[in-house]
Design a protein around this ligand. Sequence first.
Ligand code: F6P
Length: 356
Amino acid sequence: MKRIGMLTSGGDCQALNAAMRGVVKTLLFSGEDIEIYGFQDGYKGLIYCNFQMLTGHDFSGILTKGGTILGTSRTPYKLIDEPTPEGLNKIEEMKRNYAKLKLDCLVILGGNGTHKTANRLSEEGLNVITLPKTIDNDLWGTDMTFGFQSAVDIATNAIDCIHTTASSHGRVFIVEVMGHKTGWLTLNAGMASGADIILLPEIPYDIKKVIEKIEERDKNGSRFTIIAVAEGAISKQDAKLSKKEYKKKLEKRKVSVSYEIADEIFARTGREVRVTVPGHMQRGGSPCPYDRVFASRLGAEAGKLILEGKFGFMVGYKNREIVQVKLEDVAGKLKNVDPDASIIKEAKLLGISFGD
Ligand code: F6P
């Protein structure tokens, strides 16, 4: 008999259910007797011992279902050592509940913040296996996270729709794509939808260069320009600020970066600019076929690790292979877009401007 705790933490994404189904199917198919403790709303469920007993039936028919059947919430790692409003020590409560329920392991699905806590729990002696989720694809140690390809599809679709209306009206259109810290989603959706300018957190932009590209397109007879802007895009000027100064600026800013860029383009050129923000749509709906397969493969490997009694790993993807990556190697590291990566060079060869 294996007692398995499961939780999904942080922002949701597509294929969380597919991944959990993969774990459970693998365990059941092996003939292992299992009890599944589904903790509700992420680490909160483990802290407050709020769980549901789940069976194989609960994981049936969820391969294509978006969101997470367990619910999720954010438990920021920087606050993990601060007591709960009731005065509970979060880490100690999680350890206590793990022991009280006599769990054999925890399967934790999450992104960057989630992995810091997962690693901490592993260091505290809990048996932990994690699966890499996030539409941002910014988790270190894996070439891909599930949710990413589904979000690329949605963001691409949004920009495709904008393309037709932009060409009719001859306007500048900005589409703001999710990703505060990294630009994987914007880069991929931007390239997939033929955006003319792509602005990423990793490549600070100069508004003059952005306008140069718009004017170059005007001269070449293109009636419109599409700009894909990551939520975390930053100007060269702002990139010079200290972390503290920039944070202060962001606190004061009432609108997102796209509106700031739109205002600047209007002020400098008089061009009509429209902003579209698909927002949380990008995390919603059914996972794309790639993510269904990918998350199922990761889930299967996690199930295998549990059967083998191997813990302290994230199941990831490297060079087209499913791999096991030590949690301590993943925690606290961000996988950024490298401004010198070949994809950026190729995009530039295609005439895409990064505003640099
Ligand atoms: O989960 C990742 C993400 O979707 C980011 O792309 C985005 O910046 C952020 O979460 C939004 O967070 P929230 O759902 O808390 O508004």
